[in-house]
Design a protein around this ligand. Structure first.
Ligand SMILES: [Zn+2]
Length: 267
């Protein structure tokens, strides 16, 4: 069973605001207000601290490392721009959770049909940290049993498709698969097949004006596409079996990524 619990966490939201390049007025006001108030806190929170936040109690754990941390955070949380952004994020979280619940049964059936994984034997309970949709976040934190999510709904059922994409990262994390190849198979499974079957329309690799998937995986996906299309109606093989077969058949085609590059690219 897969279950997601959705949450909006202020410190999680704030650190995305500090890192974003998005020029939205409220994001800029929040950044500058924190910088003026406590530049060390601003500097600290603008790093990649999500894995630590997902574990919970981030502020309590580091409260002694900077002076006035709690006081200055509470000042920002009570400012009008942060309250506006938080309100929009809460509304977005409600939208994502509703869409997920509405699509869960149908999308689980599609994913089961594509991957041939037995979801009745899988127990995966994940916490989804929702960010503001303009902050464009999508990332898995398998060690923390968490997902970070917040993105504009570029096409129908966008959030459902990419939550499944992140779930597939969790399910394949500890496998012996080649992670680059598995990432390409996750995109063929979720970004393409699930999107098309769920929306009952569409094509591989593009959706309207949008390009689908990571650009660096496209060549690999195209090179295994014929084998992929043969796999889809072949019930005796599952996704892990396919990955193993492909790895043996095309060992030279997979671009090498160091573990650090894979981690940096893992969304
Ligand atoms: Zn991914």
């Amino acid at each position: 069973m897969i279950s997601l619990s959705f949450t909006v966490d202020k410190i999680y939201l704030l650190q995305h605001i500090l890192k974003t390049q998005c020029t939205s007025k409220d994001f800029q006001l929040i950044k500058h207000a924190l910088w003026r108030r406590n530049e060390n806190l601003c500097y600290l929170l603008a790093q990649n601290i999500e894995p630590s936040i997902c574990r919970g109690n981030f502020v309590s754990a580091i409260k002694d490392s900077l002076s006035n941390m709690r006081r200055d955070l509470s000042h920002i949380y009570n400012s009008p721009p942060f309250k506006r952004v938080l309100r929009q994020t809460n509304r977005y979280a409600f939208f994502v959770e509703n869409q997920w619940k509405k699509n869960y049964a149908a999308s689980l059936k599609i994913i089961t049909d594509i991957t041939r994984l037995d979801f009745s034997t899988i127990e995966l309970h994940l916490k989804v940290f929702i960010s503001h949709p303009e902050l464009s976040r999508g990332r898995s934190y398998p060690d923390q049993k968490s997902i970070g999510w917040g993105h504009s709904e570029d096409w129908k059922n966008y959030s459902t498709v990419y939550l499944w994409h992140e779930i597939m990262h969790h399910l394949t994390y500890k496998s012996r698969a080649n992670q680059t190849l598995m990432h390409a198979l996750i995109e063929l499974t979720c970004d393409n097949e699930l999107r098309i079957r769920l929306n009952k329309r569409g094509h591989y690799f593009t959706e309207g004006a949008f390009s689908i998937g990571h650009r660096n995986l496209r060549e690999l996906e195209k090179s295994v596409e014929t084998r992929w299309r043969k796999y889809l109606p072949t019930p005796r093989l599952n996704l892990f079996g396919l990955e193993k077969k492909l790895r043996n058949e095309f060992p030279k085609k997979f671009p090498y990524q160091s573990p650090l590059e894979r981690w940096a690219d893992w969304h």
